[in-house]
Design a protein around this ligand. Structure first.
Ligand code: C2O
Length: 582
């Protein structure tokens, strides 16, 4: 029933070690068919509660098919997927296929109240979409409240037919899902924060493939072990599925050659550490050229905000050369070698990594620019309603915004549905193309008068085919921070990034118009900016937001409304028959 490459490799070549959480349950792959029918549900398996033990405690968590992390979806470029999501949990849920372009199929994108109403308990929805022009590592996750803390998994797109990778064929492949674990129900954590206006509690542990690893009590026996063989090359597909933590990742004594990011190939370059933000993926080749031993893969936070609490734990997995080599300290065992990790606030290392990314060859940069946009974004504080006590700084509630608008989701209908069927009063099309007030965005002492955003559901309309250039400018309101900004339904070129305020005169000269990297999520430098460019060639409503979930909860989001072009191939498909209504 399951024809999944990882499991096959593990069985063929290695003794029976758990390479990763095996895919199984009600998940079916038919890799040779062009049209694939996959089910994230069967009679037995679905989105449901499952008891899981971590950090010495057992909790019921929401899972897909009883697995944590959820099942891996492995497909080929060109495949059409039909994924039936059956909700047997007690919460409303939607699933987002992070990074999938969803050409003409915005109905299947997933963000709650943006492209669909949630799938209610007891109901189901079939997500249908085709994967076109994308290869590499993506992932899927719940896009409803904080359910994605436990509802997420890898989505791997292999080249079609006889095509292979544009780099040395690896002997093995593994995916490494970085995550966060709370000793509490994550939905309770965010609900409590929403009630008081305070920042939510940080997670209790970072995880690799759902496991905190060797540095935690009660976790050592379950540490993920990745078997490798001396002389071979392994492709690691790193995915940051954590809610709120950007991370540095290193492998002791091994260099990593970066070959892809966000399902787009990159010009290979070698590094000993990667920085990866929530939402992003990074593919690296690692040559097993060290002595036969065990080595830790370790990850911990890159935390760029000042005075903000973060999960400062370190998660580990073990790279184990040749099967059966003893990895545990104790009689006859030797501790694995530990890698160097940068300091939590090492912005220089984060920047050195992100600015090394390039497209593999010269690209045709879309031009001329039709839409020149400038969006500021960051945190804010909202005054506490009279007669209440609020948990934010100085009796306020935390907030966040783009161009001073704090995004509010509708609750009775999705924006896409309202757009398609002309329903009035759900959203307005007046999201501003530049900040309403100009100020020194990254100054140390920004006037408190600028701290309070305005709530609203405003979208920015785009004509089909228009070339969009967007300056993403971080602010230092409350605190500056590296924010991973993600656009649904699009990949974009990152032409340049820098610190301070974007200056069109001198910074335009720094644009890389030759081989800029293309991604779906850009980590905009702390108190800095990034300039991105894309063609609005995908009709629908597309959420853009910070992928730190705490910030999306506070409103750090907006949406683009891309109009239909001419003819069927430039227009949104009709809504699916089982499209969920509120
Ligand atoms: Cu992975 Cu709206 O995001």
């Amino acid at each position: 029933m399951i024809a999944c490459k990882l499991a096959a490799l593990a069985q063929e070549r290695l003794c029976s070690l758990a390479l990763l959480n095996a895919t199984g349950g009600g998940f079916e792959c038919f890799p040779k068919l062009n049209r694939q029918m996959m089910s994230l549900a069967s009679n037995r398996d679905n989105i449901q509660e499952t008891p899981v033990k971590r950090l010495c405690n057992t909790h019921n968590i929401i899972t897909v098919n009883g697995q944590f992390p959820g099942p891996t979806i492995e497909v080929k470029e060109g495949d059409t997927l039909v994924i039936n999501v059956v909700n047997k949990a007690e919460y409303n849920v939607t699933i987002h296929w992070h990074g999938i372009r969803q050409k003409r199929t915005a109905w299947a994108d997933g963000p709650e109240f943006v492209t669909q109403c949630p799938v209610k308990p007891g109901e189901s929805y079939k997500y249908r979409f085709t994967i076109e022009g994308q290869q590499g590592t993506l992932w899927w996750h719940a896009h409803s409240s904080w359910l994605r803390a436990t509802v997420y998994g890898a989505l791997i797109i292999y080249p079609r037919g006889n095509n292979s990778y544009p780099f040395e064929e690896p002997s093995r492949e593994v995916h490494v899902l970085l995550g966060e674990w709370w000793n509490a129900n994550p939905i309770d954590v965010i609900n409590e924060a929403q009630r008081t206006g305070a920042a939510p509690n940080v997670s209790d542990a970072l995880t690799i493939n759902g496991q905190p690893g060797d540095l935690f009590n009660c976790s050592r026996d379950d540490t993920i072990t990745i078997p490798v063989k001396a002389g071979e090359t392994t492709l690691f597909r790193f995915i940051n599925s954590a809610l709120n933590t950007e991370m540095f990742v290193s492998i002791a004594n091994h260099k990593m050659t970066v070959v892809g990011a966000d399902a787009l190939y990159t010009k290979p370059f070698t590094t000993s550490v990667i920085m990866i933000s929530p939402g992003q993926t990074t593919d690296v080749l690692v040559k097993m050229d060290q002595a036969i031993a065990s080595y830790y893969i370790a990850a911990r936070a890159y935390s760029s905000a000042q005075g903000v609490a973060f999960d400062n734990t370190t998660t580990t997995a073990i790279l184990e050369y040749d099967c059966g080599y003893s990895t545990k300290p104790g009689p006859g065992g030797i501790s694995p070698i530990f890698p160097y990790l940068p300091a939590f606030n090492d912005t220089a290392t984060a920047t050195a990594f992100t600015t090394s990314l390039r497209s593999p060859a010269k690209v045709n940069i879309p031009e001329p620019v039709d839409e020149n946009l400038f969006f500021t974004f960051g945190l804010g504080l909202i005054n506490c309603p009279k007669s209440q006590k609020c948990g934010g700084p100085n009796n306020t509630r935390f907030s966040a915004s783009m161009n001073n608008f704090s995004f509010v989701l509708p609750s009775q209908v999705s924006i896409l549905q309202a757009h398609r069927y002309g329903l009035e009063g759900v959203f307005t099309t007046d999201f501003p193309s530049k900040p309403p007030v100009q100020f020194d965005y990254t100054a140390q002492n920004i006037s408190q008068a600028l701290y309070q955003p305005v709530k609203g559901t405003r979208v920015y309309p785009l004509k089909f085919g228009s070339v969009v250039q967007l300056v993403l400018q971080g602010t230092n309101i409350v605190t500056g921070e590296n924010h991973p900004i993600h656009i649904h339904g699009y990949d974009f070129y990152i032409l340049a990034e820098g610190f301070g305020n974007f200056d069109p005169k001198k910074d335009t000269l720094k644009f890389n118009l030759v081989d800029p990297p293309q991604r779906n999520t850009v980590g905009v430098p702390v108190n800095g900016w990034a300039v991105i460019r894309f063609v609005a060639d995908n009709p629908g409503v597309w959420l853009m937001h910070c992928h730190l979930d705490v910030h999306i909860t506070w409103g750090l989001a907006m949406a683009f409304l891309v109009e239909d072009g001419v003819g069927e191939l430039e227009s949104l498909e009709p809504a699916p028959v089982d499209y969920p209504l509120c």
